[in-house]
Write a protein that binds this ligand. Structure first.
Ligand code: ATP
Ligand code: MG
Ligand code: MG
Length: 609
């Protein structure tokens, strides 16, 4: 199930490798262009991709898809993927996000250190790129476009520019500044650069076609004036490149071969190609140029992946922070119990297409289950505890006797070995494993009672998992009528794994933990955050699932605590038998004395809309 599936991006790469499209390439921009990371002569037979986040927020499931596409394709085809921080916008970036994005990429299992980039002075350094390192080159490119008549400085007001852009039905109107001479334009560009014009007083625009049916080709802006301190270049610049101008240049300078992006950039591709062709003509860049390919964004039902909406969830306290286990952020998914392998499998299975659509939320959980089932260690837990007393225990085994039981840590992996625990006179069972008046077909514990036919029925027998068969004999009540304790008797010689185990046939097996040694724990039982399939269309309040978190207090198998202490910093998900996959909450350190588990998912899809 982890096998590579074909997709159109893989076909493109395979075709290019076969044709040697990039093998003839002469690499890089010219020396001294500011592209110091990209200098050198990397192996031309390799494909190069990049993941270019803006460091302005926490990554989410959609970004995981983009990381997977770029890093996994590079890995699958012996290539290299660059982590590039798209920090051309001076105002929004923060170091905190740079660090968290880098950590997420590593956590997902991808390497940002490569030994094959000779331009790197210290090969032990993470091989990470910053778009702002290319500002010098970008500025030179803008001067070149102006000198060659492919760009001009427009001093219309923003309102005039908007009005003259036209719309889908109407061609745009040429700016009165469009036909100034290259020399005049160059002087104005330098005046912009030197701080002689106010913010917003002018922009540099590519000179393409104001009547193009593609509005993105109606003389798009490539530089704007913005007096802002940049985290990397400080106050060196008061003009900054526009994203659509910067991005193709970043790709070309880094020798990217395949530039994968989401479909909303499809209409930008003609400009991407136009720009690189002009800069190649001028000798600023080499051919063949990188090529942009668009894929449909990942949309998953019951999930939102817009940064703006995610921020709203946090700010309005619908969730408990960015790493709330219900959030589709990587931090949230991780805290929920998602593993890197599960996210990669989900990305592989959800495919890459040109045509959008929604992936079912069940596929996300399905990938998690499929990854965890073979590897997760097992333990018994009781989420909603009900006391059960084995009334013949002392008579059968002697007062205080504890019966040693064992179970595989992982039934799929004998080498994982056994876990050991003990059964005594009192145990905790799951509240729903007992019914005072059994419903039709109920196979778990119930006391002797009068059946629907008026005849007496004996109390039911079930097996305590890894223990004995027991028979329910009655129930003890509190003053308010609630159940204080279930009473049962052990049936001798029926212990699991002994020759007599099958002497008494039962229809039900229930989980339990010893009341004498089980560790108390809190369980956070999560459901989908949104009850509607396609959230984002109405008010949050109408779309949120009011039951997305329920808390239960119960117990876990005694031996679990030692195992959890050993793994401390990186809790791994466990399967609590019959209940689902749970992970210790990484935000509640064991040192607090609290044991908190997050339910990652159930054992099967139990969602009822
Ligand atoms: P958002 O819309 O949530 O703010 P973004 O696209 O603005 O996301 P970036 O930091 O620019 O955020 O994203 C880095 C990369 O991740 C981009 O190439 C972007 O296309 C990709 N990406 C973001 N969301 C998705 C998604 N849902 N599916 C696939 N790729 C995505
Ligand atoms: Mg973006
Ligand atoms: Mg964005």
């Amino acid at each position: 199930n982890g096998a590579k599936s074909s997709n159109f991006l893989r076909s493109v790469i395979e075709e290019d490798l076969q044709q040697g499209t990039y093998a003839r390439r002469r690499w890089g921009g010219s020396p001294g262009d500011g592209a110091h990371h990209a200098a050198g002569m990397p192996d031309p037979a390799k494909i190069r991709t990049r993941f270019p986040p803006e460091p302005n927020g926490y990554l989410h499931l959609g970004h995981a898809k983009s990381i997977w596409i770029n890093f996994q394709m590079a890995r699958d085809y012996g290539g290299v993927c660059h982590l590039r921080f798209d920090d051309t916008n001076p105002e929004k970036e923060e170091q905190e996000y740079v660090d968290s994005i880098r950590d997420v990429v590593h956590w997902l299992g991808y390497e940002t250190r490569y030994a094959d980039v000779p331009g790197q002075p210290d090969r032990e350094q993470p091989h990470i790129y910053y778009a702002s390192d290319y500002f010098d080159f970008m500025y030179r490119a803008a001067e070149y476009l102006i000198e060659s008549g492919h760009a001009y400085v427009d001093e219309q007001t923003p309102e005039e520019m908007r009005a003259n852009r036209g719309d889908f039905a109407t061609p745009g109107k040429n700016s009165p500044f469009r036909d100034r001479s290259p020399a005049e334009n160059l002087a104005r560009l330098r005046a912009m650069r030197d701080g002689q014009l106010a913010d917003g007083a002018a922009v540099v625009r590519a000179r393409i076609d104001m009547a193009s049916p593609n509005i993105n080709l109606r003389d798009p802006a490539i530089y704007r004036i913005r007096r802002a301190t940049h985290h990397n270049t400080g106050d060196k610049w008061c003009i900054y490149p526009m994203y659509t101008f910067a991005h193709p240049i970043e790709d070309a300078l880094e020798n990217i071969t395949h530039s994968f992006c989401t479909l909303e950039f499809e209409d930008q591709r003609p400009f991407y190609d136009w720009l690189l062709a002009r800069l190649c003509e001028g000798g600023l860049l080499q051919t063949p140029s990188p090529h942009q390919y668009e894929f449909a964004r990942l949309n998953v039902t019951h999930i939102i992946t817009s940064k703006r909406r995610l921020r709203q969830l946090v700010e309005e306290s619908h969730v408990d922070g960015w790493d709330d286990p219900r959030m589709p952020t990587i931090a949230g998914l991780r805290r929920r119990g998602y593993t890197p392998a599960a996210l990669r499998l989900f990305c592989e299975r959800s495919g890459v297409s040109k045509s959008g659509g929604w992936i079912d939320y069940a596929a996300l959980e399905g990938a998690l289950r499929d990854v965890l089932d073979p590897v997760a260690q097992r333990a018994l837990a009781v989420l909603e505890p009900l006391k059960l007393e084995l009334t013949n225990w002392d008579a059968l085994f002697g007062t205080g006797h504890l019966e040693a039981c064992s179970a595989p840590l992982n039934p799929h992996d004998e080498a994982a070995g056994q876990r050991h625990f003990t059964l005594g006179r009192e145990i905790w069972i799951e509240r729903e494993d007992f019914m005072e008046v059994p419903s039709k077909g109920y196979r778990r514990l119930y006391p002797p009672h009068t059946g629907g036919d008026g005849n007496p029925k004996e109390g039911n027998k079930v097996r305590l998992k890894y223990g004995y068969v027991i028979q329910c004999t009655g129930v003890e009540k509190n003053a308010d009528g609630s159940i204080a304790k279930v009473l049962a008797e052990v049936i001798a010689d029926t212990k699991s794994g002994t020759p007599g185990a099958d002497s008494v046939k039962v229809k039900g097996v229930i989980g339990w933990v010893g009341a004498h040694d089980a560790a108390p724990a809190e369980f956070r039982l999560y459901e989908r955050l949104f009850k509607v399939e396609h959230p984002g269309e109405a008010e949050l309040a109408e779309e949120l699932n009011p039951d997305s978190l329920r808390t239960a207090r119960g117990y876990v198998e005694a031996g679990l605590l030692a195992a959890l202490q050993a793994e401390d910093e990186a809790p791994a998900p466990w399967q609590f038998e019959r209940l689902g996959y749970f992970v210790r909450d990484r935000s509640t350190p064991l040192a607090t004395g609290q044991l908190v588990f997050n339910r990652a998912c159930g054992l099967k899809d139990g969602w009822k809309a």
